[in-house]
Design a protein around this ligand. Structure first.
Ligand SMILES: Nc1ncnc2c1ncn2[C@@H]1O[C@H](COP(=O)(O)OP(=O)(O)O)[C@@H](O)[C@H]1O
Ligand SMILES: [Mg+2]
Length: 351
């Protein structure tokens, strides 16, 4: 996502007004159908769910719940009109407690048959999903129930996938008390570590790291990745086996001082060909924690304005800087490790 440069501020405001105006006209024009769609539960509609696209769909495991009308849009989400506005393809719905549903284009409930023998058609669907949007696969292969930091996958019907609603975006904690932000920062570094080094020897590299792609559970305060569309899965065992060129040379991602928000520099080819990679630490430090993180007109990152004794000490800033933009060779690996320890210590101190 890019920020609008200040020069365009005025222009974008009038564009917004124009858009709002035409929206009102559209609403008036469509009011009878609007009213009807308000009363009707679209989520029981096979066409809306695109059930006819199956088996080129995400699956059918939740169809009974959808077709029975147990899943309903929340307030504004009920407006059919929001469909074409909903560029993000994320809808909020209720099933007992709040859930989130979203629409994807291709595939099938894949998790259930992933590890079994695949028929040719299933293999095709799996590859298609991988090519189109791997998110539902990532959620099923790395389930939250087994400790992975993703939203819980619930099921699919047609091209609609249901996942658990996590909570508010990380962004809404940007001005939370220092202790809270230290805890969130520590969790983010732990996520970076878990996705890089785990018993499964899969490295999951986060390619879209921003304040709106993480959410925080309201009860447990746990940080969860809510946008797993841009996750690169590297099979480290395979890399060790195939030994591509330079596979065992530690790879250091390059700091990206671009003037947009939340940019990251990476090469998928390299991430898939090296066994030791500092990409996740880089992404979290540069885009979320350090003073280099810019988001929606703010700067300073999640750990902005530390209490004076921590600022005076200087260690935190030095570690964050080295983690975002290392000056020493392999400095980021070391800084990330120390940062995790330091944040753990700080969050214990303040608890
Ligand atoms: N499981 C979820 N729980 C809570 N909020 C969510 C969840 N999934 C998405 N969101 C919210 O919807 C927004 C858009 O979802 P996201 O997957 O990031 O879409 P996009 O691919 O368009 O960026 C997120 O920034 C977040 O605020
Ligand atoms: Mg997103």
């Amino acid at each position: 996502m890019c920020s609008v440069p200040p020069k365009l501020g005025r222009l974008s405001r009038s564009l917004k007004l124009a858009a709002l105006g035409s929206l009102l006209v559209l609403m008036v024009l469509h009011s009878p159908s609007l009213l009807a769609s308000w009363q009707r539960n679209e989520l029981t509609d096979r066409r809306f769910l695109q059930l006819n696209k199956c088996p080129a769909c995400f699956g059918t495991s939740w169809c009974r719940r959808f077709l029975n009308g147990q899943v309903v849009f929340e307030a504004w989400g009920r407006l059919r009109l929001l469909d074409f506005l909903n560029v993000k393809n994320v809808y909020f719905a209720q099933y007992g407690e709040p859930r989130e549903v979203r629409r994807y284009a291709e595939t099938k409930d894949s998790g259930s048959f992933l590890l079994r023998n695949l028929k040719d058609s299933e293999r095709m669907q799996l590859l298609l999903t991988l090519a189109f949007n791997p998110e539902p696969l990532v959620l099923q292969i790395f389930p939250s129930d087994e400790g992975w930091p993703f939203a819980k996958y619930l099921g699919a019907c047609g091209r609609m996938v249901a996942v658990n609603y996590v909570g508010e975006e990380l962004w809404s904690y940007f001005n939370a008390p220092w202790e809270k932000r230290v805890d969130l920062a520590w969790q983010l570094m732990e996520i970076a570590e878990q996705l890089t080094n785990n018993d499964f020897e899969f490295a999951l590299y986060l390619l879209d790291v921003s304040f709106d792609n993480f959410a925080v559970g309201p009860r447990d305060g746990k940080v969860i990745i809510v946008d797993a569309e841009n996750v690169l899965v590297a099979d480290k065992r395979l890399i060790r086996q195939n030994k591509p060129e330079n596979w065992d040379v530690w790879y250091e991602s390059k700091f990206d001082d671009c003037d947009k928000e939340a940019c990251l520099s990476f090469s998928k080819e390299i991430l898939c060909a090296r066994a030791t990679v500092d990409h996740n630490y880089y992404a979290v430090c540069q885009n979320l924690l350090s003073r280099h993180a810019t988001w929606r007109g703010t700067s300073g990152g999640l750990l902005h304005d530390p209490p004076s004794e921590i600022a005076k000490d200087g260690r935190l800033e030095a570690l964050l800087d080295e983690c975002a933009n290392p000056k020493k060779r392999y400095g980021r690996f070391q800084a990330a490790k120390e940062l995790r320890e330091y944040l753990a210590q700080l969050s214990n101190n303040v608890r």
